[in-house]
Design a protein around this ligand. Structure first.
Ligand code: SAM
Length: 287
């Protein structure tokens, strides 16, 4: 299928009076080779059910649709949806359902087929990418894989390992639910308008089995992560001061002088479980 070139995009925007919105994180892909590469990575084998968040004018949509059983495309910008519909219908793409909605308010349960698995394939709006990825992992188990383009710096944080400079609260939360990999970097030249920073395509694969955990464990883990990363250089003994005493860490074989940035998601989980087991208060996390 013919890719969406910058010339076609600009023509369609001019005809519909659309101009890119910074507030909506709009940077449109104008490189069909890259769109194809993301599509091949998103669906490496048999056709699957895809969700595209922020299809924009459809540069990626027309590359992923032929490989998919179906594509659920969620786009908030009402001015761009008619452009997308034209691009899809003129290219004879018929397996894409476009929903004009803010993905942050999206009612997933109502739209997903019960019992089915989904992959998210998207060039995500940069301003919500990390929050959205964590929310999907926390709340939408039917989505078991994401192949998404994000700002490179965000991608590095999402895929970072403990003890590295990019390791952050988002790395812990993502690694709790899934395994994340930075696949390749992308230069600003493939977008219109060009962003100021590099982008990266990352792959996130949900863990197929999760350990059984006590009720409320994830909330406690989230509070610990927030508190631990609020001041990265602080020892866990200090950042946990309002949650638990240093003995708790020692009883788990975790050196209380370690910093949050060195702890894996399993370490955070063990601390959270111990706090629950001891029925310690977690209301004031000191952040
Ligand atoms: N996929 C298109 C492409 O690659 O050319 C556009 C990517 S652009 C980086 C991000 C897209 O997400 C835009 O179309 C923007 O309107 C849309 N978007 C921004 N915030 C959104 C939200 N909260 N819900 C749904 N779509 C959103």
């Amino acid at each position: 299928m013919e890719g969406l070139t910058k010339t076609e995009l600009l023509k369609r925007f001019a005809a519909s009076g659309v101009s890119p919105s910074k507030a909506l994180g709009q940077s449109f892909l104008v490189d069909s080779n890259l769109a194809e590469r993301i599509a091949r990575t998103s669906v490496p084998g048999e056709p699957t059910r895809l969700i595209e968040i922020g299809p924009g004018a459809g540069a990626l949509t027309i590359a992923i649709a032929p490989k998919a059983i179906s594509v659920l495309a969620i786009e908030v910008d009402r001015y761009i949806v008619p452009v997308l519909s034209d691009v899809l219908s003129e290219r004879g793409v018929s397996n894409v359902s476009v929903l004009r909605q803010d993905v942050m308010d999206f009612k997933w349960i109502a739209e997903l087929v019960p019992g089915e698995h989904y992959t998210v394939a998207a060039n995500l709006p940069y301003n919500i990418s990390a929050t959205l990825i964590v929310r999907i992992l926390e709340e939408i188990p039917a989505i078991d894989r994401l192949v998404v383009m994000v700002q490179e710096e965000v991608g590095r944080r999402i895929a970072a390992k403990p003890g590295t400079k990019d390791y952050s609260s988002v790395s812990v939360k993502v690694s709790y639910w899934a395994e994340a990999k930075l696949l390749f970097s992308v230069a600003p030249t493939v977008f219109y308008p060009r962003p100021n920073v590099n982008s990266a395509v990352i792959e996130i694969v949900r863990r197929s089995t999760m350990p059984a955990v006590p009720d409320g464990m994830y909330d406690v883990l989230s509070a610990l992560v927030r508190s631990g990363f609020a001041s990265r250089r602080q020892m866990m003994r200090r950042s946990l001061a309002k949650l638990a005493d240093g003995n708790l860490l020692e009883s788990l074989g975790i050196d209380p002088t370690r910093r949050a940035e060195t702890l894996s998601h399993e370490d955070f989980r063990r601390i959270a479980e111990a706090i629950i087991a001891k029925d310690l208060p977690v209301t004031n996390t000191g952040d």
